[in-house]
Design a binder for this molecule. Structure first.
Ligand SMILES: [Zn+2]
Length: 506
């Protein structure tokens, strides 16, 4: 039978107990009580009471704890959400302390002045007033200048160079003075923040370097502090964590209009894989959703309610959804249930984790039949007798267990029969995948990031994080270099130009 059970109690049946003397019954009972106690204790362990990492705690239990008014920060949780790995003075959302440097505190200065290796002149070409071409000989004067650090990717090399950008005003023969200025583009306003995030060409960090920093944060999951260390150690570049944070956010800001387009593509897709996983925003429980199609990956951080789903696929989605059993997906008519989820549940029954062995047979049959069904359909035998026999067999074993005493067995049988059409949709439509692996794989990256960083800190940060990840993953899905695209995207956002589209490979 099941080896996971206590060996001393392994072979004890109700008939054996009936035959026992009172002393033997007492001994067996105290053994069973010990076992129950130790299992219960292990089940209720979490990061506070054992050496388990806080990431293993149930998200709902974490929420309850917050609600109880206990400090939101357990000893191991004192990590700044946006800055993984850094100890944070105040992790309590109620502390009222603003993130970042308090007014009057010592700021960040570079120890070496930046030496520009080149100078680029920006002079107006046309008169604003009369439209005449402004000749280089016309009277002009410098109006502004700034230094920009830009990263060049060569073959097996990375190089950062400083360029001085000088801007001129020129006087036309008509008398009008036209002033050339660095471009200003998108911005993000947050109530109560001292300064808006603004994408502008007047920026110390060039678009490619900005994309590189976003890559280190979003793709390589480095904290702002670690990025600072990396740039200083390996490229001799001194940047403050605030500048680094700004770069990551600027990439997110630039990504948002692209994601709007991607969402339109999701809504028009024939098949969308959907999944969701817990996420934390300033310690509060949120959900990260992902929608994956053949050419698009879109993330969204929000509640777990149906509105978030509608925000992704729209009110009138006509295609197929591939999902787990979560109720928000249930009323969509064209749906494929993820069979991997059902197989995992059946495996737990087969291993005797529930019931006194009654589940073994049901679980084993189900695991075997579901796996065979996937294989047969994959091999193109959908209309074969073998597939029909498998379908009948799965249905029959569920029907036989509908009134089983053990709830886990009964529930799985109901789950499959109640959602029968969604369980077997892939048999009749060869385009449908039988599992939700695509979406689960897309979320895995975010799950690791969550474990490192405890999520995001603000609503704006969550939006930017989801938008940036969507752009990166969509580029990767389309076989494109995400970072060359990110550079163009950031450059466009800084001048207010329309965001370039992500090309789809032919
Ligand atoms: Zn003029």
């Amino acid at each position: 039978m099941n080896a996971r059970f206590a060996p001393e109690l392994l072979n004890l049946t109700p008939a054996d107990i009936a035959k026992m003397s009172p002393a033997e019954t007492q001994a067996a009972l105290s053994l069973a009580l010990d076992l129950a106690r130790s299992l219960w204790n292990r089940l209720s362990e979490d990061s506070r009471t054992s050496s388990r990492p806080p990431s293993s705690d149930s998200p709902f239990r974490r929420e309850e704890r917050r609600g109880e008014g206990e400090p939101a920060a357990s000893a191991s949780e004192t990590t700044s959400p946006d800055n993984p790995g850094e100890p944070k003075a105040q992790a309590k959302p109620t502390s009222g302390k603003r993130p970042g440097k308090p007014p009057g505190a010592k700021g960040f200065w570079r120890s070496q002045p930046i030496v520009a290796s080149a100078e680029v002149e920006h002079a107006p070409l046309k008169c604003e007033a009369c439209g005449q071409t402004l000749e280089p000989e016309c009277e002009r004067k410098k109006t502004s200048a700034h230094i920009s650090l830009e990263l060049t990717r060569g073959d097996m090399s990375l190089k950062i160079e400083a360029t001085k950008h000088v801007y001129f005003a020129a006087r036309c023969r008509c008398g009008h003075e036209t002033v050339e200025q660095p471009g200003v583009g998108m911005s993000s306003h947050v109530e109560g923040r001292r300064r808006d995030l603004k994408a502008t060409e007047r920026c110390l960090v060039g678009p490619m370097l900005c994309a590189f920093i976003a890559a280190l944060a979003l793709r390589f999951r480095l904290s702002r502090r670690k990025i600072q260390e990396f740039l200083d150690d390996w490229l001799g570049l001194e940047l403050g964590t605030a500048s680094i944070d700004r770069c990551v956010h600027e990439f997110g800001l630039a990504s948002e209009p692209v994601v709007e387009k991607l969402i339109e593509e999701v809504r028009a897709a024939e098949i969308v894989n959907l999944d969701e996983t817990p996420w934390y925003q300033r310690g509060a429980l949120m959900w990260m959703w992902v929608a994956v199609t053949a050419t698009v990956v879109v993330f969204r951080i929000g509640s777990r309610r149906k509105e978030e789903l509608v925000a992704l696929i729209g009110e009138a989605f006509l295609g197929w959804l591939v999902t787990d059993g979560y109720a928000a997906y249930r009323d969509h008519p064209r749906r494929q249930r993820c069979l991997a989820h059902l197989i995992r549940k059946a495996l737990a029954l087969a291993e005797g984790l529930y019931g006194d062995g009654d589940g073994d047979g049901f679980g084993r049959d189900l695991v075997r039949d579901l796996r065979r069904l996937i294989e047969r359909v994959r091999d193109g035998e959908s209309d074969s007798k073998a597939v029909n026999r498998l379908l009948a067999s799965i249905k029959w074993s569920c029907q036989r267990n509908l009134y089983e005493i053990e709830p886990k067995i009964r529930q799985l049988a109901h789950e499959i029969l109640n959602d029968w059409d969604a369980v077997i949709a892939f048999v009749y439509d060869p385009r449908l995948p039988p599992t939700n692996n695509d979406a689960e794989r897309a979320l895995r990256h975010a799950v690791i990031a969550r474990r490192i960083s405890y999520g995001t800190r603000t609503g704006e940060g969550s939006r930017f994080y989801a938008a940036g990840l969507s752009v990166i993953e969509t580029c990767r899905k389309r076989g494109l270099d995400p970072w060359a695209y990110a550079r163009d995207l950031i450059a466009a956002a800084r001048t207010g130009a329309t965001a370039p589209a992500i090309p789809v490979a032919a």
